[in-house]
Design a protein around this ligand. Structure first.
Ligand code: SUG
Length: 447
C-alpha cells in the first residue's frame, strides 16, 4: 500500500468578497447582510491559515478564486450592452442578482467538489466531481470553473478522473465535500466514505427540514458514489437530523468532522445516531480500522453554541506523532461553553491533543469556518508529483500572494460598490496576474 498525505486545498478569497445575505438557512450570512466587508483582510486571513499550516508541515495547497462579476449570468438574464451598462442596469433593477454575480463564494472550497482518493476507487484513480450547488443562485454556476480548475490541476488522466457535475436539478442537489467524510486507518489505506444528506427527493416520508432548505439529497450522494466507483461495503449513507438543519446546520460539516478513525460529532447531528455508528463501525472493521467516536452532548454544547462558534467546522489534522490537532476559528475561544469543552477535550488523553486557532472573521461572517475553506485531497507521492505544482503553499508563494492582494484588493466593499464598473476591472486584472503567478495560463476564460 503506497503511503499518502492529505492535501488541504484552501480557497484563495477573491477580490469581491462581500456580505449579501444570499444563503437562506445559513444564519451568519443572513445576519450580516449588507454590512461592509474587507476583501483584503479576508484574503490575508485565509493566506495566514495556509501559511501557518504549511509551516507546520501539513500538506497545503490552494484553489484560485473565480472570475467575478459573472457577466455570463447577467447577460443570460437580459442585461445587455457594455459591461458598464450591464452593471448599472443590474444594480438598478436587480441588485440581489448583481450581488449573486459578484459573490466570492468559491472561497468555500469544501463545496467545490467531492473527492475519492485512489485507494477507494474501482480503477485506482483519484475521482473528483464538482458540486452543482444548485440550491443557491450565487453558487449554482461555480461548478463550471471548479471543473475547469480541477482539470487544470489534475490533468493527468492516468491518475485523476474529473467527472461532469450532476444534473442541476433539485433531485440532485449536491454540495460536495461539505457532506462527505472519509474515515480510514491511514490516508493511503482503503477507507470508508461517509455521505450525509438532508433529504430524499423521491421519498416524501423520509426526514426533511421544515424551515430551511436541505441542500444535499440522498440521490446526489448515491450518484457520486456510483460515479467514483466506490465499493458498497465501504460506503455509508446517512440522513442528517432535519431539526438541526432548521437551526442553521446547512451542511453536515457544521456539526461533524472526521479524520483517520475519529468521528468528532454533536449528539444531534444525525437522524439515527446509533445506526450511523453501527454502520461506520462495521464498514471500518472491513478495512481493519476501529471507529473512534468523539461525541459532544447537547448539555455540554448546545446546537446553538455549535452553530455560533463553528466548533465542528474545524479541521482535524493528523500530526507526525499520530495525534491530531483541531484547527478552530477564534469564535470557539470566545464561546464560554465551547471554550470550556475544548479545554477538557485536549486534556482528556484522547486522540486530539492540540488546538490551533485562526482569526477567520471575514469568512465566518458569511458562515464559512476553517473546514469550509478547504477541500481535502489525499494523494500518494506519485499522484502529488503528477498534479500542478505551483498551487502548493510555500513561503515564497505566500509572500507573492500577500503582495498581489495588497496591489489589487480593496479594504472596504459596501453594497453600493458593486455598481462601480472599476471594481469589475480590478477583479479582472487581479485574476490575469494570478494566472501568471500560478503558472496556469488557460485557467480562466476571460474573453
Ligand atoms: O454556501 N455562504 C456559504 C458558506 C459555505 C460554507 N461551507 C461549508 N459549510 N462547507 C454558503 O452558504 C454567503 C454569501 C453571502 O451571503 O454573501 C455564502 O454563500
Amino acid at each position: 500500500m503506497p503511503s499518502a498525505r492529505e492535501y488541504n486545498f484552501d480557497g484563495l478569497v477573491g477580490p469581491s468578497h462581500n456580505y449579501a445575505g444570499l444563503s437562506f438557512g445559513n444564519v451568519a450570512s443572513f445576519s450580516n447582510v449588507k454590512s461592509a466587508s474587507n476583501p483584503r483582510q479576508a484574503a490575508l486571513q485565509g493566506l495566514a491559515k495556509m501559511r501557518a499550516l504549511a509551516a507546520r508541515g501539513f500538506a497545503q495547497a490552494l484553489l484560485p478564486p473565480q472570475s467575478r462579476p459573472n457577466f455570463r449570468l447577467l447577460r443570460s438574464i437580459g442585461f445587455g450592452g457594455t459591461d458598464a451598462d450591464v452593471l448599472a442596469r443590474a444594480y438598478r433593477e436587480a441588485p440581489v442578482i448583481l450581488a449573486c454575480a459578484y459573490s466570492a463564494s468559491p472561497m468555500w472550497t469544501a463545496n467545490a467538489a467531492t473527492v475519492s482518493p485512489s485507494a477507494d476507487t474501482f480503477d485506482g484513480r483519484t475521482h473528483f466531481t464538482a458540486a452543482n450547488l444548485n440550491n443557491k443562485l450565487h453558487r449554482a454556476d461555480e461548478h463550471a470553473q471548479s471543473s475547469r480548475t480541477l482539470r487544470a490541476l489534475f490533468s493527468d488522466e492516468k491518475h485523476f478522473a474529473v467527472h461532469a457535475p450532476l444534473p442541476s436539478t433539485p433531485a440532485f442537489g449536491d454540495e460536495g465535500a461539505a457532506n462527505h467524510t472519509r474515515l480510514c486507518a491511514e490516508h493511503g489505506a482503503r477507507g470508508v466514505e461517509f455521505f450525509t444528506y438532508g433529504k430524499v427527493e423521491f421519498d416524501p416520508s423520509a426526514p426533511s427540514p421544515k424551515k430551511y432548505p436541505a441542500r444535499q439529497t440522498m440521490e446526489a450522494s448515491q450518484a457520486i458514489a456510483r460515479l467514483h466507483g466506490l465499493d458498497a461495503a465501504r460506503t455509508v449513507f446517512a440522513s442528517q437530523n432535519p431539526d438541526v438543519i432548521d437551526q442553521g446546520v446547512f451542511h453536515n460539516d457544521v456539526i461533524a468532522v472526521g479524520n483517520g478513525n475519529v468521528l468528532f460529532y454533536h449528539e444531534q447531528a444525525f437522524h439515527d445516531e446509533a445506526a450511523v455508528l453501527n454502520k461506520l463501525r462495521a464498514a471500518l472493521d472491513g478495512v481493519g480500522a476501529q471507529l473512534n467516536p468523539i461525541r459532544v452532548d447537547t448539555r455540554v454544547v448546545s446546537v446553538g453554541d455549535a452553530v455560533a462558534s463553528y466548533l465542528f467546522n474545524s479541521q482535524l489534522l493528523t500530526k507526525p506523532d499520530g495525534k491530531m490537532a483541531l484547527v478552530i476559528p477564534q469564535e470557539c475561544e470566545e464561546n464560554l461553553a465551547v471554550a470550556r469543552y475544548l479545554e477538557q477535550l485536549v486534556a482528556s488523553d484522547g486522540p486530539i491533543d492540540e488546538l490551533i486557532h485562526f482569526d477567520l472573521r471575514q469568512s465566518m461572517r458569511n458562515g464559512g469556518g476553517p473546514a469550509c475553506l478547504r477541500l481535502r485531497v489525499a494523494l500518494t507521492e506519485l499522484e502529488a508529483g503528477a498534479m500542478h505544482q505551483n498551487v502548493i503553499m510555500t513561503e515564497a508563494l505566500y509572500a507573492t500572494l500577500v503582495e498581489w492582494v495588497g496591489k489589487y484588493y480593496r479594504d472596504q466593499l459596501d453594497p453600493k460598490d458593486l455598481a462601480d464598473p472599476q471594481l469589475a476591472i480590478e477583479c479582472q486584472l487581479a485574476l490575469e496576474e494570478l494566472m501568471r503567478i500560478l503558472a496556469l495560463p488557460g485557467l480562466y476564460d476571460l474573453t
